[in-house]
Structures are given as C-alpha cells and as structure tokens.
Design a protein around this ligand. Structure first.
Ligand code: AMP
Ligand code: GLY
Length: 446
C-alpha cells in the first residue's frame, strides 16, 4: 500500500479551490461524458486529456503529451507538476490496477480513482470474493483454483453448470457461462493452460450461476462516506432481445423503473456498507468509484462483480442526468469530503444507444467515415459521446469497437430511447451495429 499523503487513512484533503486544473486519463465514451460535464463546472481551470485523438475529448481539453504507461509514470508525474495539475481523474481500470493513483497523488494534487491495493476489487476476482465472504456480502457461492486438474475435477463433481471467471483483468472478456461440461472444460483449458487472457488466468473463480435481472450500482466512496448514485442498467449482449456474444455494453439507461427504493436500500446496507467496512478493516483506502454489478435474484441482490471505476456506457447515462457540479463531486471524493456535498439529478430518463463498428466484439473495422454527427448532435436533449472515433483529414472515422454513445434524455424511458434512436438514424457509417431495444427488452422488464 502507498503511503502517499492522500492515501493516509481518514485524512481530509483541502476543500475544492475556485480554479482546478484537471488531467483526465482515458479515451472512451465514459471519458468524453466526464469531460463534457467537467467542462461545465465553474471550478474548472485547464482541462487536459490523455487521449486527444478522440475528437470528442479534443474539443473539450488540451492534449497531455506525457506517456501514460506504468513503466514511465515518472514522466507523467513530472508533466503534472509542470502543468500544475490539481486533480487527476482516472477513467479506466488498467491504470488504477497499475498504481497510477498511488504514483500521482501528493499533498497538493488529488486523484479521483483508487490506489493499486483497492483496485484489486476488480483486478483480482479471487481476492474480491474473499473480501465479500469475510464481510457476508451476498454473492454467488464460489471456489477458487490455481490448479487446472483440481478445477476440472471440481467441475465434473457438480450437478449444475457454473460460471467460470479468470481472476485477473481480461478487458471484460474473462467470464464464460457454459452450457455443457465439455464447454466448461474447454473454457478452463483456454484460460488456465493456453492462457488466452495471459496472467489473468493463473487463477480462476468457479461460481454458482445466478438468475435474475442485472443492474449496475455506482457509489462514490471517499474512504469512509458512501454516496450512492442513480441506478443504471446496461445491456451486455450484442443483439436485440439480449442475444449474441457479450460485449463491453451496447447501451444503458437510468433510472431503472423496476428497481424500487426498498431494493436500493438493501443494496446499500447489504452490499455497499459491509464492503467499504471490510476495506477499512483491511486498512485499504478506497477513494473513487465502487461499481457493483448485481443480479437481483429471488433471494435479493447478489454481487456478480465489483469494479473500481465507472461503467461504460452507464457513465454516459449518469452524466446526462447529473445536474450538480461534477468537478465538485469528484473533488469531494478525492479529498474525503463527500459528507459535505449534495448531488442533484435530472428527473428525466437517459438512454444511451451504442453504435458499434462491424466486426465488434471481435476485430472491429477501422477507418470507416461517419456522417450525420452534427445533425444528430443538434437535436434537443441529445448528446453524442465519442468512444472509438478519430479524425482523418476533414472526416471523423471509426477507430474502435464501440464507436459512439448516442445519448438522449426524455420524460419517460421510452421517450429517451426514441429520441436516441432518432439521433442514431441520422448518423451513418458502413456496417454500423446497434440495438433498438435498450431499456425495452425482456431483461429490463423482468
Ligand atoms: P462480468 O464481466 O463479471 O460482468 O460478467 C459478464 C456477464 O456474465 C454478466 O453480465 C452476467 O450476465 C454473466 N454472469 C457473470 N457471473 C454470473 C453468475 N454468477 N451467474 C450468472 N451469470 C453471470
Ligand atoms: N458496462 C459494463 C462495464 O463497464 O464494465
């Protein structure tokens, strides 16, 4: 664990200054949405972004020229010193798991994003499982294996098909939900022997298969105080009706009409509070986002996974609905002052429809010209967040799997969805993949 000043347990940082210079790390739709809200803050001084190749980010911030790889962190530290960065906001899990927050935090510079020890809640599923067990957080029953033969034996001894998870970070791809024993054994071989996810597959978690609708709950945590944000649901499957392969997320919406306040209270008291208490007991300072991926089972909420960052595209829906100052909230989290703020939300629904490149979630086709962006962005209550795009001469072209997060607000979820779809219909690139049933398919209404 780091002994950086920010990470000394329980210590408060300074209140939010009038002018805050921010470095935003990350280059997807989540970061574009964060940058868009940060840019509206009266506290914002200079905004720098690590991924100015994303045209959405380039329009809002100046490029940070330092490398962000873990082995060159010292260069980033120097760059932050030179540019008088007051707050670093880290979007993705990779840099957090590599210890970026530990390296960049000083007495004068805060980091929104957890340190390496806390990031284990996402980067080490076996560790997270034990943390949940030790604090009686409801989650799928699981066994942890580092030995392939023992894992196979266990699989063969089970009556029901379990879920198999690589313990480490696998870019959202390390989970297999097999239908047959053969499929399960093959998946184990690929993860543990062929190492298709590299070292992430040294250890696997084999867990009970749960049923029920899924929901993403986000909380800001400043070490002690937990501030639960509005609930979201994302749709991970590629195709309408929740069919097809898993993706990083093909769309999201917020709030979640079928999740009532009683259930949210249970999530807070059964999941979030005991988890943060367990982290405190382990002497791990958690300052950032705690993302609980939950299944609402007949027995109540159960944790499928924890992440140490905002979900993407969920963050786009959240930022669309956030009415109060995002910078103040992120600062309060990083400085241990969450008890001093109130966040306000638009009562309306937000719906994000992801437009993905042909080939996604396999190898996406890059360089396809995108048209209609300006027309779509000009619609009322529509925001177009860039996820995998770049500029090529005068054109904006595809540059990744998930290309755009087309986000809209509406008086009802169905109005928000219709508005987002209307915007999608104005945007064109060859072979675009999208779902027209975000927030409307059976999984959402079950
Ligand atoms: P994850 O990457 O952990 O969010 O898992 C990807 C998807 O696999 C989830 O969105 C679920 O649909 C499914 N999944 C993960 N764990 C379980 C489980 N224990 N039971 C049933 N489905 C699961
Ligand atoms: N949308 C799911 C995730 O960000 O992990």
């Amino acid at each position: 664990m780091s002994d950086q000043p920010q990470n000394r347990r329980g210590r408060k940082g300074p209140p939010c200054p009038d002018r805050v210079n921010v470095l935003l790390v990350g280059g997807g739709g989540r970061e574009h949405a964060l940058a868009w809200r940060l840019a509206q803050s009266p506290h914002l001084g200079d905004l720098f972004v690590t991924h100015a190749d994303n045209p959405g980010l380039a329009a809002l911030g100046r490029p940070c020229t330092a490398p962000t790889e873990a082995r060159e962190t010292w260069r980033l530290v120097k760059w932050c010193d030179q540019h008088r960065i007051d707050l670093v906001v880290v979007g993705p899990e990779g840099p957090l798991a590599d210890g970026m927050a530990d390296a960049l935090a000083t007495d004068r510079r805060l980091v929104f994003g957890v340190g390496k020890a806390a990031a284990q809640i996402e980067s080490n599923k076996a560790w997270a499982k034990q943390l949940m067990r030790s604090s009686s957080v409801p989650t799928a029953e699981a066994r942890i294996f580092s030995n392939y033969e023992q894992a196979v034996q266990y699989l063969q001894s089970r009556e029901e098909m379990p879920v198999i998870k690589a313990s480490g970070l696998a870019a959202g791809k390390g989970v297999v939900v097999p239908d047959t024993l053969d499929e399960a054994v093959e998946a184990l071989g690929q993860i543990m022997k062929q190492r298709i996810f590299g070292a992430a597959g040294e250890t696997v978690v084999i867990e009970e298969r749960l049923t029920g609708p899924e929901v993403s709950i986000f909380a800001l945590v400043d070490g002690r105080t937990i501030y639960m944000l509005e609930p979201c649901q994302d749709h991970k499957r590629l195709l309408e009706g929740d069919e097809g392969p898993n993706t990083g997320g093909m769309g999201a919406y917020s709030p979640v009409p079928w999740l009532d306040n009683d259930m949210l209270g249970r999530v807070e008291h059964e999941v979030l509070v005991p988890t943060v208490d367990a982290l405190v007991r382990e002497e791990i300072e958690y300052r950032g986002v705690l993302y609980a991926g939950l299944m609402i089972t007949p027995a109540g909420p159960k944790v499928i996974e924890f992440n140490c960052r905002f979900g993407d595209p969920e963050c786009q829906a959240l930022m669309a609905r956030l009415k109060s100052d995002a910078l103040e909230a992120l600062w309060a989290t990083a400085s241990g002052r969450l008890d001093e703020i109130e966040m306000r939300w638009d009562e309306r629904s937000a719906c994000v429809v992801v437009m993905a490149a042909p080939g996604y979630p396999g190898t996406p086709r890059k360089g396809l010209p995108i048209t209609g962006l300006d027309e779509a962005a000009a619609l009322d209550d529509v925001m177009i967040f860039h996820a995998g795009t770049k500029r090529d001469g005068g054109a904006v072209v595809t540059a990744g799997g998930r290309v755009l997060g087309v986000t809209a607000l509406g008086a009802s979820l169905s109005e928000a969805r219709q508005r987002a779809l209307g915007a999608c219909d104005l945007i064109h690139f060859e072979g675009a993949q999208m779902r027209r049933d975000i927030g409307a398919c059976t999984a959402a209404l079950r």
